[in-house]
Structure formats: structure tokens, C-alpha cells
Ligand binder design. Structure first.
Ligand code: AMP
Length: 139
């Protein structure tokens, strides 16, 4: 299993395709998922290449989880969420579709199911939700 530097998240990191960016630090980058399964569904990725959890370094995983926790707190705040579901898929059999390590952050509310996968966001709504998370991060 090798890393393909033409994957869509590598292109986002290089600024070759647009995204609704929420946050970045030296090691990680965070943006909205364009097919959100919950309001505020966003993705945390390392800035350095790795395919998934299986080939990631301990440093890449630690940096991502540090950011996951930070963004999860902001999402709890921004959406008055009651919980967070964290998803991370590895290889096709594990449900992975984009081959650059990423963690899904899904704000959750009691009794509200995740939406089915594959439904494209309304980009105006996605931006409003991103604004809420950015505001919560700034608090
Ligand atoms: P998976 O590899 O199964 O974790 O799925 C990849 C995720 O990336 C899915 O939730 C997609 O909706 C999301 N996705 C794919 N392309 C983009 C993109 N250009 N910007 C933001 N999210 C994306």
C-alpha cells in the first residue's frame, strides 16, 4: 500500500482544490466534509503524507488526535451537541475512500441518527456551519 500524492486531500493541502477550512496548525489541517452526515461534520488530517492509521507515525496520530479533541470541543459548543462520534476508516475493506489519513468528527444529539452517506451539502449551509465552528474556536 503506497501513498498517492494525487489524492483529493493532498490536493486540498496544496491549495489545488477549494475547501471550507476551519483550522490549521503546524501539523494538522481541518475542513468541512462536503457530504456531511451530521451538522458540523468535519475532517482532521495530518499535513504530512500517510495513507491511513496503518502507516501513520505515532507523531502523526498524536498530532491529529490533539486537533480532534480541540475541534470536538468547538463542535460541542457550536452545535449545542450532546456527544461526538469519531470515525476513521482504513483501506477499502475498512470503508476508506480517500487515501490520506483522516478523522471524521460528527457532532451528535440524542435520538438523531446520522444522515445516509453520499449526500452533497448545500454549500451556503456548509459555510454557515463552518462559521459557527470558527466562532467557537475563537472563544
Ligand atoms: P472515507 O475515506 O470513507 O472516510 O470517506 C472520505 C470522506 O471524504 C467522505 O465523507 C467524503 O464526503 C469526504 N470528501 C470527499 N471529497 C471531499 C472534498 N473535496 N472536500 C471535503 N470532503 C470530501
Amino acid at each position: 500500500m503506497t501513498y498517492d500524492s494525487d489524492n483529493i486531500f493532498a490536493k486540498i493541502l496544496r491549495g489545488e482544490i477549494p475547501c471550507e477550512k476551519l483550522y490549521e496548525d503546524e501539523e494538522t489541517f481541518v475542513f468541512m466534509d462536503i457530504m456531511p452526515r451530521a451538522d458540523g461534520h468535519c475532517l482532521v488530517i495530518p499535513k504530512t503524507p500517510c495513507r491511513n492509521m496503518l502507516d501513520a507515525s505515532v507523531e502523526q496520530l498524536a498530532a491529529c488526535l490533539n486537533t480532534v479533541q480541540k475541534i470536538s470541543h468547538a463542535c460541542m459548543d457550536a452545535f449545542d451537541a450532546q456527544g461526538i462520534t469519531l470515525q476513521q476508516f482504513n483501506e477499502p475493506a475498512g470503508g476508506q475512500e480517500v487515501y490520506h489519513l483522516h478523522f471524521h468528527i460528527l457532532p451528535r444529539h440524542e435520538g438523531l441518527k446520522l444522515r445516509p452517506p453520499g449526500q452533497m451539502a448545500d454549500f451556503a449551509v456548509l459555510k454557515q456551519q463552518a462559521d459557527k465552528i470558527r466562532k467557537a474556536l475563537a472563544r
